[in-house]
Design a protein around this ligand. Structure first.
Ligand SMILES: Nc1ncnc2c1ncn2[C@@H]1O[C@H](COP(=O)(O)OP(=O)(O)O)[C@@H](O)[C@H]1O
Ligand SMILES: [Mg+2]
Length: 267
């Protein structure tokens, strides 16, 4: 098997509040695996489990075949092998871009300050931010913040990169640019990428495969190449999602009644 990550029968919950049940999937080495679904279905929650921030009660998560429960106590696995780009970029506002990118290198390596500077320059150049080393986050655009966050996530040459809503809040051109960058990282460096997104353009542009988390049934109802899911999934919710509602089957009388009683259910 060449699964980078393997998830078996994972239940997700906050205390007694169940978010998703019985989630199983494999992420192949070097693919862009998307977690998709409507707001509140549990996408960010699944990232928390994958990142070891929430612990799987039922179910198992394996990285390269190793049980994640053994990694949590292990040698900095999550800090060193995994890079994360959070929604807002999550840069430290009191530090320059160079200082932000240097932080993981200072934390996890014993490289000299000269070596760190060279690596920082390299990572910032990789994301198109050469010459912005000394800028503070407040001085750059939203798209540039995301790219700086990506440079920081890449600092330690991670094997896996996680993105939570990479294009959220970006204008279409910046969003497209970030998508291209994600594909370059996959193709050029062979990084395995897991991204949460509900941006349709991104889903079709970057997704090798996507898994749809269905908020109604609290299960993963579809998994496959986005175009194939749109063309031939039998799940009406995933088809509606991927077609922005244009391929939604006509509402049943029961659904019409629900809609009239509770309009926000169908926002
Ligand atoms: N810290 C938390 N405590 C309790 N419930 C939460 C918490 N975070 C999220 N939730 C709930 O879990 C569900 C899934 O949330 P989330 O994973 O953030 O959804 P998504 O990222 O798909 O929009 C939602 O119903 C949300 O209200
Ligand atoms: Mg979320």
């Amino acid at each position: 098997m060449d699964s980078k990550i393997s998830v078996k029968n994972l239940d997700m919950a906050y205390g007694g509040y169940v978010v998703m049940e019985g989630i199983s999937f494999d992420v192949q080495r070097g693919e862009v695996f998307l977690i998709i679904g409507r707001s509140g279905c549990g996408k960010s929650t699944l990232l928390k489990y994958l990142l070891g921030l929430k612990h799987a009660g039922n179910g198992k998560i394996f990285y390269d075949g190793v049980d994640a429960n053994e990694l949590i106590n292990g040698d900095d696995f999550y800090g060193r092998k995994i890079g994360v780009l959070y929604q807002g970029g999550a840069l430290w506002s009191s530090m320059t871009l160079a200082e932000n990118v240097a932080l993981p290198l200072e934390t996890y390596t014993d490289l000299s300050s000269r070596e760190i500077k060279e690596l920082v320059d390299l990572k910032l150049a990789l994301v198109g931010l050469k010459n912005f080393e000394d800028f503070y986050p407040a001085q750059i655009s939203g798209g540039m913040k995301k790219r700086a966050g990506l440079a920081r996530a890449m600092a330690l040459d991670p094997e896996i990169l996680f993105f939570d809503e990479p294009s959220a809040g970006l204008d279409p051109v910046s969003a497209r640019r970030l998508d291209d960058l994600i594909l370059e990282l996959k193709d050029g460096l062979g990084i395995t990428i897991i991204a949460v997104t509900h941006e349709l353009a991104s889903i079709f542009a970057i997704g090798t495969r996507a898994m749809y988390l269905d908020v109604e049934t609290k299960t993963a109802t579809a998994i496959g190449a986005p175009k194939e899911l749109l063309a031939s999934s039998r799940d009406k919710n995933v088809v509606a999602f991927l077609s922005r509602g244009t391929k939604t089957p006509a509402l049943t009388s029961e659904e019409r009644r629900m809609l009239l009683n509770n309009p926000t259910e169908f926002d």
